[in-house]
Write a protein that binds this ligand. Sequence first.
Ligand code: DLL
Length: 433
Amino acid sequence: MIWNEKMECASRDEIRAIQLERLKSTVERCYYNVPHYRKKLDEAGVRPEDIRSLDDIRRIPFTVKDDLRENYPYKLFAAPMKDVVRLHASSGTTGKPTVVGYTKADIDMWAECVARMVCAAGVTPDDIAQITFGYTLFTGAFGLHYGLEKVGATVIPISGGNTERQLAIMQDFGTTVLVGTPSYALYMAEVAKKKGIDTRKLPVRLGLFGGEGHTDEMRREIENAWGILDTENYGLSEVIGPGVSGECHFKDGMHIAEDHFLCEVIDPDTLEPLPYGEKGELVITSLSKEALPILRYRTKDITWLISEKCRCGRTSMRMAKVQGRTDDMLIIRGVNVFPSQIEGVLLSIDGISPHYEIVVRKDGYMDCIEVLVEVSDASLLDRFSALEALENKIKHALYTVLNIHADVRLVEPQSLKRFEGKAKRVTDLRGQQ
Ligand code: DLL
């Protein structure tokens, strides 16, 4: 079902007209309500009335995460606090979190975007959705919650953690849709197996996964373990939360809610916009937000835009699966390495589990990368030659894809850390040595 056919199937001309009108009012709102934006726009010599076509967006300066930090907590808000009804925050790895606010209209718009997204994935009012994201300052749980309720699905707001209870509730309440991070879905399947629960026999039929990326190999792993359709969605708190884009059941890119978010892809080095289909950094401008409008936000997420019409009938632009972030990219002896590339290799090899950790350190001046991965069968660890053969096989496969030598250490099943939220798989010790 298409939730909002008028918008999701609008012609390109119609969408562009809506985007231009909303871009103008967003720039105006920023200019007249947020000193930070006024200063930046003045410095760039741009006044709101200079925005006459969508191409004029190129004249607007970029916004980066540090702008939110420097204006902590509320200085980028374009609405008075009496109109702000909700706050969320994103925990940065360093320094202060970034705080985001929503008016009533923003919350409605957010629910609308998530409703479109979950319908595209296949949710109906008959579904029972279990939300395993934490109901915290993180946008994941509340974002999905309001959108799922809007389409009439039954929501189980179980929140994160306590996997055994999650499984018990899932069995008792007849959950049909699992909502969370892909890594948690895998972990739940593993706990279920230990408890003797056959996840494939449960009524769960659909996964709505996001908040972090997952490779096609990991997706197959999840689909096999649960016997479900695994769909992915994308968003970020600075822009709204989940609901920026999501896959339909064709899983051929994530449909963008283009009447609310204007997406560009730029070359992260030259900052020049790239044509559709070319890979670069995603930049998003909000088009209808009131409390925290955001102009040309550099997401650091690497993807490309897909302009061909989708088989589902929606006309919206799609974004490809995020390939990594410009800032989780590891540079190992001069070679750019994305953790997702390593994951892709590991999941294509039999005899190991999808749980892994990447440790980067310096040996003298040399960058060294070590990949720890759990074997599926603990008895392998006692069979030296088989163990060595498997390690070599993984090393070779990693070398073929990454073009660098990585050390591989096979470890016992269940010995690596598990995650209830976003997985943190990389430990980079180079700065601390
Ligand atoms: O993760 C919002 C969200 C929650 C999206 C639940 C989908 C589902 P933040 O905590 O601000 O917001 O983190 C945003 O997470 O810039 C990406 O790097 C990453 N991310 C989110 N979804 C995906 C995805 C939420 N599907 C950051 N694939 C973003 C890859 C993702 N990365």
